[in-house]
Design a protein around this ligand. Structure first.
Ligand code: PEP
Ligand code: MG
Length: 537
């Protein structure tokens, strides 16, 4: 195998560590009836519970004190007698041990759903349920991640729920699938985990091999040292303020706290759906208020732009029970959820208003996946009726990008989600590893669309920002300022690098850079034009 494998880099930092191959999670068998009888099924369940409890004990003994305590609490849940009895009742109806336990856990979770202390544990209990069912079926599910040491983990792709389980031992990530704007990429960038995605054949690298993850070079190099990593552009410290404000993208309390340690002025994108990826029931307004209030209180000073839920497609939220769709990226996602889940979007806005009052923070709210001016107007009216917010929309579909002048007087601001805008402009699935080149933000087709959005928003008196991953690239952020955007919002780990680039240029330099980029005719040439302009500073 070649020593150098190409992919798409995420972030500016490189790392060298040993490869840890993560086995793909197998699917659980469908629930079925069994002819084996209650005695045999309940023995199978007892054995599986004991085996999962032993796994937890093993993991707990290797973990820190807090984690060990969590594992201990989980073991109590796992061995709960009333839960076992509920499962036996289903075995009496003829169900197999795995099915009976799965059903019992669902009922148990439903019974305790109103109990605030327990709600937090529902996702854990569901995870245990999967482990027990897998143990009964004799298959392996779930990610087995290294708990200690330092490893570059390699896998097919990691879902948002998978990335939430990354341990501190994960110091680098390589995926075979997934594009530069996939959620693995977004989460790695925000957590400063060097990653290269879309690396064909990475799953063939032997575990234990030392590998350089070189995101700036868009490659991984087997056996290379850190000195061989490609260096990012460096900018002189001018001591000036950035040309446009730099906000932070967040999705959790942890992100908000980390962003507050950067030079970010407020938050340009709070991805609220990331809070709900493991929730099996709809959280109450009070619970949302408390969650938002803690995040708002921790976020960097400045306005906080909160996006209403953007579930669907690659971000499934269990309690919304979204139907399977042929083309999920073109289906009922983002603001379209208002069709069947109006109460959730209203509750989100009510919870946010209560959190705004409790914290005194300035909140801007925006809806994702808006395609028509009517949707924008409907969302604006709803948001204004439920709280004191600045109201805006995300520009992620080509249709709304063509209608910016018509938004005059309808919304206060627009924020461009270049991840989805690229996906829909180029008809290129952002999760498809072989389409990474079309999703490259340096594509002239995207840049010229951005130019029109910025100038038409300015003419319509609408504040404009970009919060897609493209704004986390320092050179691209300078281009966006030169095109006329009012602010950019970057992944928390990139905020200071983006600020440094935007502090190194004045307005006429950024406008000149934008002019030379707009004249270029390929993604390679637009990027080289920007790099040449920045290197000449
Ligand atoms: C985007 O599409 O650019 C965006 C910021 O939203 P998300 O990546 O969460 O879809
Ligand atoms: Mg999007």
């Amino acid at each position: 195998m070649s020593q150098v494998l190409s992919g798409l880099g995420v972030g500016l930092n490189a790392v060298v560590a040993e490869v840890f191959q993560v086995a793909p999670a197998a699917a659980l068998p469908a629930w079925a009836k069994s002819a084996a009888g209650v005695e045999a099924e309940s023995t199978a369940l007892k054995t599986a519970i004991a085996s999962v409890a032993a796994d937890l004990a093993r993991l707990g003994s290797a973990a820190d004190e807090t984690t060990a305590e969590i594992f201990e609490a989980l073991t109590y849940l796992l061995e709960d007698e009333s839960l076992f009895d509920m499962a036996v009742a289903h075995m009496d109806e003829g169900w197999s041990a795995g099915a009976a336990y799965g059903m019992a856990v669902n009922e148990f979770a439903e019974m305790l759903a109103g109990d605030a202390a327990f709600e937090e544990r529902i996702a854990d209990l569901q995870d245990l349920s999967k482990r027990v069912q897998a143990s009964i079926a004799g298959i392996h599910v779930g990610l087995d991640l290294p708990q200690t040491g330092a490893y570059v983990i390699v896998g097919e792709d990691f879902s948002p729920a998978d990335t939430a389980q990354f341990t501190p031992a994960v110091v680098g990530v390589i995926t075979v699938k997934g594009g530069p704007t996939s959620h693995t990429a977004i989460i790695c960038r925000s957590r400063s985990i060097p990653a290269v995605v879309s690396v064909a054949h990475a799953d063939e690298i032997q575990a234990g091999t030392s590998v350089l993850v070189d995101p700036v070079g868009d490659r991984i190099v087997i056996g290379a040292s850190l000195d061989e990593a490609t260096k990012p552009l460096e900018f002189a410290n001018t001591g000036r303020d950035p040309l446009v404000e730099v906000r932070a993208n967040i999705g959790s309390l942890d992100d908000a706290e980390a962003a507050a340690k950067t030079g970010a002025v407020g938050v340009g994108l709070f991805r609220t759906e990331l809070l709900y990826l493991n929730e099996s029931s709809q959280p109450s307004i009070e619970r949302q208020r408390d969650l938002y209030a803690s995040i708002l209180a921790a976020a960097p000073a400045g306005p906080i732009t909160v996006r209403t839920i953007d579930a669907g497609s690659d971000k499934p939220v269990p309690f919304l029970n979204m139907p399977e769709e042929e083309n999920p990226a073109l289906g009922v996602r983002g603001y379209r959820l208002i069709q069947d889940h109006r109460s959730f979007i209203e509750d989100q806005l009510k919870g946010l208003e209560a959190a705004r009052v409790a914290t005194g923070r300035e909140i801007w709210v925006m809806a994702p996946m808006i395609a028509t001016v009517q949707e924008a107007a409907e969302f604006a009216a709803l948001a204004r009726s439920l709280g004191s917010f600045k109201v805006g929309i995300m520009v992620e579909t080509p249709s709304i990008a063509a209608l910016i002048p018509d938004l005059e007087g309808v919304v206060d601001f627009v924020s461009v989600g270049t991840n989805d805008l690229s996906q829909y402009l180029f008809a290129a699935d952002r999760m498809n590893p072989s389409l990474g080149a079309l999703l490259n933000p340096w594509q002239p087709g995207l840049i010229r669309t951005l130019e029109r959005i910025a100038s038409q928003a300015k003419a319509a008196g609408i504040y404009s920002s970009v919060c897609g991953e493209s704004a986390s690239d320092p050179a691209f952020a300078v281009l966006l300022a030169g095109l006329g955007f009012s602010s950019v919002s970057a992944s928390r780990s990139q905020v200071d690098a983006v600020r440094a680039a935007l502090s190194a240029v004045d307005e006429s330099q950024a406008v000149a850079l934008a002019k030379s980029v707009l004249a270029a005719k390929s993604a390679e040439d637009t990027k080289s034009a920007a790099v040449a302009a920045l290197s000449a500073l």
